[in-house]
Design a protein around this ligand. Structure first.
Ligand code: ASP
Length: 604
C-alpha cells in the first residue's frame, strides 16, 4: 500500500477521506495520553493523532516509542482540527490525520543533532552538520535551497535554449595549463609521468567550440581550483558557462540581464529592472575601494589629493609628492567605535602595507585626533564640506599609492557597514538587489615581485579597440573588453570579448606576458593552431552558480546551497575524503608517496 498523498497536501476539503501518508517522524507530543506525531516528507508536515481508544494497544505502544526521524507509514481518516487548535504556520494546519494503521518502515538511531529546530544552523557546529549531511539536508531550509537550485538550473536551461544556445559538455579530464590557480592533477596510468588536469574553467574548450562553428554554447560546468580556500570558496564549484560568436559586449549585457530577470522571477517571483547600471573599474575603486561595490549604502570614498598637496602634514604631502593620493571616508555616527574596532581597521590598513591608520573622531563638538593640529582651516573646511562631517562621525584616511589607498578604505568601508548592521543602525532590505556591470578593467596588471605584467582577467581577453596602440607605449592604460556582473557587493561572474586573431593572441602571450615561445607552443599551441582556421569574433562569460543560488536563498555561505560541500580544508567529512590509497593503486599509477604517512582514524 503506497502513500496516497504527500505531507503538504491535505486540506479541510479532504476531511472524511481515508488516506495513507509516508514520511519521517518530525516531532512527537504526548497530550493527556493522546500522541501527536508530526509526519514530514519533502513537501511539508501533517499532524497525525494516535488515540489509544482508536488503536490496538501494541500499535499505540510502537508509536509511543518511535525515535525522531524514524520512517513510518500511517493510514487513517482526515478530520478538521478541533476549533482553537489550528496551526496557521503550516499549510496543513487546519486538519489532522486520525491514525488507524501504523507501519514502521525503518527505525532511526538517536540523532547527533535535532532536525526539528529552525535555529540549528546557529547552535550546532558546522562540522557535525557536514558529517551527517543527509540529516542536515532534511531540514526544510536546506531542502528549499536544493529546490531553488534545481529550479534555477532548469530556468537557465530553458532560457538559454530559447536564445538559441546549445548545451555542450566539455571534458573534465583536461591538460595542465597553469593560468593562476593551482590545478588538481590526475595521474595517467598508461603513460607514467604524464597527468591530466581538472579544468579551472572550460575557457579553452568553449573558445574552440566557437572556432568549430557552434556560435552559441552554454554549460552548467563543474570547475576545479586547488587554492588555499578562503572563507567561502570550494575546490569544486559550478558555473553557468557561456560563449557566443559575432557579438560585442552589449550582446552579453543584454543576454545576462535577460537570464537574471528570468532567474529572479522564477526563484523569487521578482521583476528586476533592466538594463543594469554600469560603472567603470576606476570609478568603482575611487568611490567604493573595490571592484565589486555594494552600492546599497553610501559611505563613499572622497579624494583629498588636491587639498593636501601642499599640506604641512608631511605624511600626506609626502605621499602625494611620491605619486600617491590621500583619500578619506566618513563612517557616519561611528565616533564611538571601540578600541578593538579601531585596531581591526588599523590591521586592515597594515595588511596593505600601510604604517597605520589616521582617523578623526568628531565628539562633543571637537575633532579628536593627533593629526588635526597639522591641518589649516582651509583643509579642515574642505574635509567638513566634502565629507559632510557632523557630530558623532568617524573620519578615516588612507595616504598611499592610488590602488592601495582605495583598497584600504574599501575594506574599512565594508567593515564599518558590518559594525553598523550588527548594531541595527544600517538595515539592508532583503528584497533589494543592486545589480551592476563593472567595466573597463585594465587589461594587464603589474606584478612588482616578478617584475612582469599579468592578465587582469585571463590572457584571452581582447583589449578595447581604441587602446591597442597603447599596448607598447603604456600597457597599464590599456583597457580590456572585460566585464563583471556584481550584485549587492557580490561578484556573480565575469567574462570578456576574446582575442580572435592568432597573431594578436601570440603577441599578448609572448610580448606582453613574456611567456617564452616554446612554452606558449606547449600550453596554447593547439589554440593558436585552431585560430588559424577561421576563428570568428567571440566572447563569453561565466556566472558562479553556487554564489547565484546563495544570493537568491539569502544565505551568506555557498556551502548551504551545495548538497555535499567540502570544508575550508577541502575535505568531505561525510565520506572522509581525500584519503590514502593502497600501495597497489600507487604502483599501477607509477607513483610513490614521499610524504610521511598521515595518521588516520579508522571509520567505524
Ligand atoms: N573562464 C572565465 C572564468 O572562469 C570566465 C570567462 O571569461 O568566460 O572566470
Amino acid at each position: 500500500m503506497k502513500r496516497t498523498h504527500h505531507c503538504n497536501e491535505l486540506r479541510p476539503n479532504h476531511a472524511g477521506q481515508t488516506v495513507t501518508l509516508e514520511g519521517w517522524v518530525h516531532s512527537r507530543r504526548d497530550l493527556g495520553g493522546v500522541l501527536f506525531i508530526d509526519l514530514r516528507d519533502r513537501e511539508g508536515r501533517t499532524q497525525t493523532v494516535f488515540d489509544p481508544s482508536d488503536l490496538a494497544p501494541d500499535v499505540f505502544e510502537t508509536a509511543a516509542h518511535l525515535h525522531s526521524e524514524s520512517v513510518i507509514r500511517v493510514a487513517g481518516h482526515v478530520r478538521n482540527r478541533p476549533p482553537g487548535t489550528e496551526n496557521s504556520k503550516i499549510a496543513t494546519g487546519q486538519i489532522e490525520l486520525q491514525v488507524r494503521e501504523l507501519t514502521v518502515l525503518n527505525h532511526a538511531a538517536v540523532l547527533p543533532f535535532s532536525i526539528d529546530d529552525p535555529e540549528i544552523a546557529n547552535k550546532v557546529n558546522e562540522e557535525l552538520r557536514l558529517q551527517y549531511r543527509y540529516l542536515d539536508l532534511r531540514r526544510p531550509e536546506m531542502l528549499r535551497n536544493l529546490r531553488v537550485r534545481s529550479k534555477v538550473a532548469t530556468a537557465t536551461r530553458v532560457f538559454m535554449e530559447e536564445q538559441g544556445f546549445l548545451e555542450i559538455e566539455t571534458p573534465t579530464l583536461f591538460k595542465s595549463t597553469p593560468e593562476g590557480a593551482r590545478e588538481f592533477l590526475v595521474p595517467n596510468r598508461r603513460d607514467p609521468g604524464t597527468f591530466y588536469a581538472l579544468p579551472q574553467s572550460p575557457q579553452q574548450f568553449k573558445q574552440i567550440l566557437m572556432v568549430a562553428g557552434v556560435e552559441r554554447y552554454f554549460q552548467l560546468a563543474r570547475c576545479y581550483r586547488d587554492e588555499d580556500l578562503r572563507a567561502d570558496r570550494q575546490p569544486e564549484f559550478t558555473q553557468i558557462d557561456i560563449e557566443m560568436s559575432f557579438i560585442d559586449r552589449e550582446d552579453i549585457y543584454a543576454l545576462i540581464e535577460g537570464l537574471l530577470k528570468r532567474v529572479w522571477k522564477t526563484a523569487l517571483g521578482m521583476d528586476i529592472p533592466t538594463p543594469f547600471r554600469r560603472m567603470p573599474f576606476v570609478d568603482a575603486l575611487n568611490l567604493y575601494g573595490i571592484d565589486k561595490p555594494d552600492t546599497r549604502f553610501g559611505m563613499e570614498l572622497v579624494d583629498f589629493t588636491a587639498e593636501f598637496r601642499a599640506s604641512t602634514f608631511k605624511v600626506f604631502s609626502g605621499t602625494i609628492a611620491a605619486g600617491g593620493v590621500v583619500k578619506a571616508l566618513n563612517a557616519k555616527g561611528m565616533a564611538n567605535a571601540t578600541q578593538g574596532q579601531l585596531e581591526t581597521m588599523t590591521e586592515y590598513a597594515k595588511s596593505f602595507g600601510a604604517k597605520g591608520l589616521a582617523f578623526i573622531k568628531v565628539e562633543n563638538g571637537e575633532w579628536k585626533s593627533p593629526i588635526v593640529k597639522f591641518f589649516t582651516d582651509g583643509e579642515k573646511s574642505a574635509l567638513k564640506s566634502k565629507l559632510a562631517i557632523e557630530e558623532g562621525d568617524l573620519i578615516l584616511f588612507a595616504a598611499d599609492q592610488w590602488l592601495t589607498a582605495c583598497e584600504i578604505l574599501g575594506k574599512i568601508r565594508l567593515y564599518c557597514a558590518e559594525v553598523l548592521k550588527s548594531q541595527g543602525r544600517l538595515v539592508m532590505d532583503p528584497h533589494r538587489f543592486d545589480f551592476l556591470w563593472v567595466v573597463d578593467f585594465p587589461l594587464l596588471s603589474f606584478d612588482k615581485e616578478m617584475n612582469r605584467w599579468y592578465s587582469s582577467h585571463h590572457p584571452f581577453t581582447a583589449p578595447v579597440e581604441e587602446d591597442i596602440p597603447l599596448l607598447k607605449e603604456d600597457p597599464k592604460k590599456v583597457r580590456g573588453q572585460h566585464y563583471d556582473i556584481v550584485v549587492n557587493g557580490v561578484e556573480l561572474g565575469g567574462g570578456s570579448i576574446r582575442i580572435h586573431q592568432p597573431a594578436v593572441q601570440k603577441a599578448i602571450f609572448e610580448e606582453m606576458l613574456a611567456i617564452p615561445p616554446d612554452e606558449t607552443k606547449l600550453r596554447f599551441g593547439y589554440m593558436l593552431e585552431a585560430f588559424k582556421f577561421g576563428a570568428p569574433p567571440h566572447g563569453g562569460i561565466a556566472l558562479g552558480f553556487d554564489r547565484l543560488i546563495a544570493t537568491l536563498c539569502g544565505t551568506p555561505s555557498i556551502r548551504d546551497v551545495i548538497a555535499f560541500p567540502k570544508t575550508a580544508k577541502g575535505t568531505c567529512l561525510m565520506t572522509d575524503s581525500p584519503s590514502s590509497v593502497s600501495t597497489r593503486q600507487l604502483r599501477d599509477l607509477h607513483l610513490e608517496v614521499t610524504a610521511a604517512k598521515k595518521e588516520t582514524t579508522p571509520t567505524p
